[in-house]
Design a protein around this ligand. Structure first.
Ligand SMILES: [Ca+2]
Ligand SMILES: [Ca+2]
Ligand SMILES: [Ca+2]
Length: 856
């Protein structure tokens, strides 16, 4: 039994709303998911479904600006009624036409492919992209072609109804199978359950003007239908609600994605089957925007004096991007202390900014620009073009990010796409979908890697390499994180072909399963401190929040696991940066269409400061022979340790890149945890999972209740591991040489804690080391181990019983060092001395000879 396989029971969606349940939708833009408020209908809700009667914004239905406006209107009207909103009553406040975004005649029909039979309406998991999203003239559908599916689907219909005259309107909802009608978010007709195309009527008093219409519907099998008729006050018969009074948002980008969509299930809660809603306990959230400062943050960088430079987007197909310098953002601060100064304007959707040698540089869509102040007031007077690149004028041809190192800038060029998401064929400009480098002195552009689509994230990662996030679309069945190296190709083909299209495809380091953990991933950022040091964070504009990736090398290539880190922010996250104060700075934006997080602001700037709290979380997930080792941040409780193997839920699947937008999970299968072995410190659980295959994403859920020894529940229970390669048996065995001597176990002693040292090479077993695919380095049956999992310089490195912890993982680096990813530090000979008996220890990685190891 697992969280995906038993879907006939779904969370009941009841339309009855209380004022409390609507409050989160207020103009503040705060999160809309509360789970509080609402009335109970447990008599209708058969176990194991979970009651959710309030506090839910219907994902994607009340999307964006319109949704929030309607919600605000409803709150106003409910307040006027004294907080009472019985089903079927009037919503007396109409919306004037100018309160709505631009409209076009018709309704929006969205269909979600559930692939499992439903018995009643269910609560869809939030943020899922529909399989079908189209404009229809009226609500009267019964064919497979109308819905795009014939069975096991959910449909949602949204529209605005322009009521000609005030009065009592009777609606007739005819559906097969169950459905419900909401007018102005109030339940007017409840018609749930399995049934044929039966009509059901409901009355509502409407003022003249605009009112929102929403129909939720599901189809199990057999026939299917959704028809909405009405009888206006003066009419004597029902007619299908005519096109002349129906409208929906005009010219919106209708993004769809294939694959199965999911209902919330019994037992799901934020961080355990559902997206998080709150701020990670390890951090304290601080708002940074002074009153009136509403940046759509498209780039951030730091000045040497501690000021933060922020670039703003300026909106799609505008040339109104700006640059601000913000003071007093670091340390103990807040909106009343932060000040801002505009220093550049008129920029073409800048998506990167970098401060180099006293000047700011921005990557506009069409060029790299140097900002020059000629009169000392810091405000840009001349905009110098440093470099240009191929640019065809498409709305989606961004120049994402800006890194700088040793005389070169680095950034990503996204491809041209059509509205709706398909890659433009042919491309208006060549060589897009690439990571490029720009010579600062000459402006010369060269191509590093290709096969990217919407690479809205670029950052430095392990080994000083560039890591890039890319967004689901053509050739990307799901979003992903990749490691850029010269000449790599990442699978997105274009016409005409890009510079690397003939190369072999480089696999992603991490697949980021769509809607489960990502939607529009953004800036990757490697952490240097804290419990997740060495791991990579990345934001997400649409899924929102920040996610966390643990990377490890298996057979010389990175792969690893992604976890949820935090939500609870004011905006979808576009850029993250660690400030000089060690806090994590977050800038975001939102736009109409699907670029932005539901229920959030369309601009934002906040920071997360380490709080000193240590949440119970999954720190790492490592591939080991025949399974995975999950390392938790704290020891697990006795209760959790009991029957441990059965607590884990495991699935694996793969993705098949293809020219069409997105792609489903392929060859999905449920796996069984055969055994779960707890380490002596109770922090690491090693799972034996028969049937694991390479080139799969493996989803492992440490389902709640799952508690630490001191009673905390896991902050987030799920991990998605990209198992490109299965870790192997001993890959290499022999001498490990440094400073012309050999790494040696003192006196061939095998007691835990035995000194490991340099010694003249002598071909004994005390110098024969096996480098395992897991990262373990083993001699005499024991492992090279960092004493007490230390991370400080000088920590003893010893021989110890192999235990699969992060203190026994050593990753050979291209510069010859052996790096322990947990500490981010390297195996080093004490004092750089080569005398026999010199001990090794842990030390900050450098280029000194005492850290160069020649491996077998
Ligand atoms: Ca059917
Ligand atoms: Ca049916
Ligand atoms: Ca100036």
């Amino acid at each position: 039994m697992d969280e995906f396989g038993e879907s006939p029971y779904c969370v009941r969606r009841d339309g009855t709303r209380s004022h409390a349940s609507r409050t989160p939708l207020s103009v503040s833009g705060a999160t809309a998911r509360t789970g509080s408020g609402g009335s109970s209908h447990s008599s209708i809700c058969a176990p194991p479904c979970r009651e959710r009667t309030g506090g839910h914004v219907y994902p994607r239905l009340l999307s964006g600006r319109l949704g929030r406006r309607l919600a605000t209107t409803v709150i106003t009207s409910l307040l006027a009624l004294g907080l009472s909103a019985p089903a079927g009553s009037a919503a007396p406040t109409d919306r004037s036409a100018d309160a709505l975004p631009p409209q076009e005649p018709g309704v929006t029909l969205r269909v979600f492919d559930m692939q499992v039979p439903l018995e009643k309406l269910c609560e869809l998991k939030p943020g899922q992209t529909p399989n079908v999203d189209k404009l229809m003239p009226v609500i009267d559908w019964s064919s497979d072609a109308d819905f795009g599916f014939s069975a096991n689907f959910v449909s949602q219909t949204i529209a605005n109804l322009n009521v000609p005259t005030a009065g009592t309107y009777t609606f007739r909802l005819t559906t097969d199978d169950g459905s419900r009608l909401l007018v102005d978010d109030q339940l007017v007709i409840s018609h749930d359950g399995l049934h044929g195309a039966d009509p059901k009527d409901g009355n509502v008093v409407l003022t003249a003007g605009y009112h929102s219409i929403r129909i939720d519907h599901f189809e199990k099998d057999g026939g299917q239908q959704v028809t909405l008729a009405w009888k206006p006050p003066s009419a004597t018969a029902f007619t299908v609600v005519p096109n002349s009074v129906l409208s929906t948002d005009a010219d919106v980008v209708r993004v769809t994605a294939p694959g199965r969509k999911e209902c919330e299930l019994a037992g799901d809660s934020p961080g355990d089957g559902l997206p998080l809603t709150g701020v990670h306990p390890n951090y304290t959230l601080t708002n940074l925007r002074p009153s009136g400062f509403e940046p759509q943050v498209s780039a951030m960088d730091w000045l040497p004096d501690g000021r933060l430079a922020v670039a703003t987007w300026g909106g799609s197909e505008n040339t109104t991007g700006e640059v601000y310098l913000l003071s007093n953002v670091t340390g103990n601060t807040g909106p009343d202390k932060v000040t801002y100064k505009k220093v550049a304007s008129g920029l073409k959707e800048p998506m990167g900014i970098k401060y180099v040698d006293g000047k700011l540089y921005v990557s506009q869509k069409h060029e790299l620009t140097e900002l020059n102040d000629t009169n000392g007031d810091e405000v840009t007077d001349t905009y110098r073009r440093v470099a240009t690149w191929p640019y065809g004028g498409n709305f989606h041809e961004f120049a994402f990010g800006l890194l700088y190192k040793d005389g070169f800038f680095y950034l990503n060029l996204s491809v041209s796409i059509n509205y709706g998401g398909a890659t433009t064929n042919p491309q208006p400009a060549p060589n897009r979908g690439t990571t490029i480098k720009v010579n600062k002195a000459t402006g010369a552009v060269s191509y590093i890697a290709g096969g990217l689509r919407t690479p809205n994230g670029i950052g430095w990662g392990p080994e000083g390499d560039i890591f890039v996030t890319d967004n689901q679309g053509g050739w990307l069945p799901s979003s992903k994180l990749v490691q850029v190296k010269q000449d790599r190709f990442f699978n997105h083909y274009t016409n005409p072909a890009g510079p690397f299209d003939s190369k072999n495809v480089t696999k992603p380091v991490l697949w980021l399963p769509q809607n489960e953990i990502a939607n529009s991933p953004s800036t990757p950022l490697q952490l240097n401190d804290g419990p997740f040091a060495g791991q990579m964070l990345f934001g997400d504009v649409t899924y929102g929040g920040i996610q966390r990736g643990y990377l490890e090398k298996v057979n010389d290539e990175y792969q690893g696991a992604v976890f949820r880190l935090t939500q609870g922010l004011e905006v979808g996250v576009n850029r993250i940066s660690v400030g000089p104060d060690g806090a994590l700075y977050i800038g975001g934006l939102g736009a109409d269409g699907n670029w932005g997080q539901e229920g959030k602001l369309k601009f934002g700037l906040q920071k997360l400061t380490p709080s000193g709290t240590s949440a119970f979380d999954i720190r790492q997930m490592r591939a080991v022979n025949g399974g995975f080792a999950l390392e938790y941040t704290q020891p697990i409780s006795n209760e959790t340790a009991a029957g441990l193997a059965a607590r884990y839920k495991v699935k694996q699947w793969r993705y098949v890149p293809r020219v069409d937008y997105g792609g489903p999970k392929v060859d999905e299968e449920t796996l069984t945890v055969q055994s779960a072995t707890v380490s002596s410190d109770r922090k690491t659980v090693t799972l034996a999972i028969p049937g694991l295959k390479p080139n799969r994403v493996v989803h492992v859920r440490s389902a709640r209740p799952f508690s630490s020894a001191d009673g905390k529940q896991l902050w987030s229970t799920e991990a998605w591991y990209t198992l490109n390669q299965l870790p192997g048996t001993p890959s290499r065995t022999g001498e490990v040489k440094g400073l012309s001597k050999c790494l040696d176990v003192d006196n061939a002693n095998t007691a835990d804690g035995t000194k490991v040292q340099l010694w003249t090479c002598n071909s004994t077993a005390a110098q024969e080391w096996s480098l395992l695919g897991t990262g373990a380095v083993r001699a005499l049956g024991k492992c090279l181990d960092i004493a007490n999992s230390g991370t400080t310089d000088g920590t003893k490195v010893q021989l110890y019983t192999c235990n699969g912890t992060a203190a026994q993982v050593w990753q050979p680096q291209t510069n010859g060092t052996l790096r322990n990813p947990q500490s981010g530090k390297c195996l080093d000979v004490t004092g750089g001395a080569s005398a026999d008996g010199t001990a090794v220890h842990l030390w900050t990685c450098g280029s000194q000879q005492s850290q160069k190891w020649v491996l077998p």
